[in-house]
Design a protein around this ligand. Structure first.
Ligand code: SF4
Length: 75
């Protein structure tokens, strides 16, 4: 499992994370910002999640490609 946090207020809706890793990230239809998909949320938070090992690589890649570096990943 890897723990993921999105600092949502800093997101610019650039589409990178949900394009690279659509299994884990998605666009919130109301505020247009990135959020953790429902099934991976921690504490029902849009900003915090736990990714299984099978999604670790794509979550890391999404974080590395976020142009404003608002996605944090911890092993
Ligand atoms: S990659 Fe970063 S800026 Fe782009 S949509 Fe995802 S969180 Fe937002």
């Amino acid at each position: 499992m890897v723990r993921v946090t999105i600092d949502r207020p800093g997101c610019t809706s650039c589409e990178q994370c949900w394009t690279i890793c659509p299994e884990f990230f998605e666009q919130n239809p109301d505020d247009t910002l990135s959020q953790v998909k429902d099934e991976y949320r921690l504490n029902e938070s849009q900003s915090e999640g736990k990714a299984p090992e099978s999604l670790a690589d794509c979550v890391w890649e999404a974080a590395e490609n976020c142009p404003v570096a608002v996605i944090s990943v911890e092993e």
